[in-house]
Design a protein around this ligand. Structure first.
Ligand code: MN
Length: 428
């Protein structure tokens, strides 16, 4: 029988945060910033748990990490500390396992999510974005090169670039429309607010223990360096990107803002939803040895991803957001283990709290596009319920990303939301 929590809201069938999930985040409540774990519609305050003896038996390092204001100290400790902590938290919240006395000690340490403000989960030193979805790369490539959408390196080497960490913001923060240089075919370059503001539906993963400079990470060990996953909206100004990206890749078209969901879902929580890595098509090259995993049967993750749009008018009218795209993380061409191993293969040191992201996650079918640029492929605008059309995002538009894993006989676990609302450019 599936584990249940004595916190009733965690047992709702469509809850994002049942006892099987237990994602970590950083929240602000009562003037203090603490680490917490999501359970149902509550947050369990880990600082308070550690201070009140509820984490007795765990290492002093683990208890100290739970009293920090960022997740970095906990991320640094690695699976050897993460597993017993998760076990302990499960025991505190389990309906069958937690005796009434334990429940009475834990109950005052729960904070309602409605009363808390979520912050960024970690101090993020570096941010790297990849391009791991072949369906995204193909659809975008077709817009520019109809006969030859994929560049010759794509199936051999994970493509990525170094992003900007300073402009990563927590879900809920407004996104100011960026200004930049653009050039259309018929005009001279000009500076002003982007007219092609897009979202990118991505999954991020945080580095736990890092690797020393000069040493690589073997692919079989790559996942031991991953603390957990979250949602990433890699906002993109397509008109700026088109003009600036050659020959060095994305720059100001991406660095103005990136929105992160606040809850970090661990690989332990995702273990029941692991899947085969995407099978390579006949004729595709075999990856080089350092990218060849011994565990391909479980290197994929069966995780559904969704992006929703709501205009200001829809919000004011109380209309439900519309679904823009639904895709699945298992369809990536490169697995997260391959991305980690590749990133460190030159001896580049990944550091605790670094954020890596998959790049836009798309599927091959219509309706599985992970950004608006790909929808351009159909050359049709998107129509909102009130008849408004969208090619790219307008001021007042809100994009909300969601993710969940679900399998027959298993509980559904969700990622919460990653949301941002566009506000007008500051430009005269
Ligand atoms: Mn991206």
């Amino acid at each position: 029988m599936a584990l249940k929590s004595w916190i009733a809201s965690a047992n709702e069938p469509d809850a994002d945060f049942p006892i099987q999930n237990l994602p970590y985040g950083v929240f602000r409540h009562g003037g203090q910033t603490q680490i917490g774990v999501a359970i149902g519609d509550c947050i369990l305050d880990l600082h308070a748990c550690a201070s009140r003896g509820l984490l007795a038996g765990l290492s002093e390092e683990t208890r100290a990490a739970c009293r920090a204001e960022w997740l970095n100290p906990l991320m640094r400790l690695g699976p050897v500390a993460w597993r017993p902590l998760r076990c302990r938290l499960t025991a505190l919240l389990d309906e069958a396992g937690a005796v009434p006395e334990t429940q009475n000690r834990v109950r005052p340490l729960l904070v309602s999510m409605q009363e808390a403000e979520m912050e960024l989960p970690a101090e993020i030193g570096d941010y790297t974005d990849f391009y791991a979805s072949i369906d995204h790369a193909t659809r975008v490539g077709k817009l520019f090169r109809p006969d030859n959408p994929l560049l010759p390196n794509y199936k051999h080497i994970p493509i990525g670039y170094h992003g900007r960490a300073s402009s990563i913001v927590a879900s809920g923060q407004e996104i100011r429309r960026p200004c930049g240089q653009t050039k259309s075919a018929e005009s001279d370059p000009a500076f002003g607010p982007t007219r092609a503001l897009d979202y990118e539906l991505e999954v991020g993963f945080f580095v736990g223990p890092g690797n020393p400079l000069g040493q690589s990470i073997p692919i079989a060990e790559a996942e031991d360096h991953i603390f957990g996953l979250c949602l990433v909206n890699d906002w993109s100004a397509r008109d700026m990107q088109t003009w600036e990206y050659q020959p060095l890749g994305p720059f100001l078209a991406k660095s103005f803002a990136t929105t992160l969901s606040p809850w970090i879902v661990t690989l332990e929580a995702l273990a029941p939803y692991r899947a085969w890595a995407r099978e390579r098509a006949a004729g595709d090259p075999t990856p080089l040895a350092y990218l060849r995993s011994p565990t391909a049967e479980r290197d994929g993750i069966d995780l559904w991803l969704e992006a929703f749009l709501e205009s200001r008018r829809m919000r004011e009218a109380g209309a439900a957001p519309i679904l823009l795209g639904r895709s699945n993380l298992r369809d990536l061409y490169w697995t997260i283990a391959q991305l980690v191993a590749h990133h460190a293969s030159n001896g580049c040191n990944l550091r605790t709290g670094d954020l890596l992201a998959t790049g836009t996650v798309s599927g091959s079918d219509a309706g599985s596009e992970g950004c608006l640029l790909e929808k351009r492929y159909n050359a049709e605008p998107i129509y909102l319920p009130d008849g408004e059309a969208r090619t790219y995002l307008e001021d007042g538009d809100r994009i909300t990303l969601r993710a969940y894993a679900q399998r027959p006989g298993m509980p559904r676990i969700g990622f919460g939301i990653c949301s941002g609302t566009i506000v007008g450019a500051s430009y005269e």
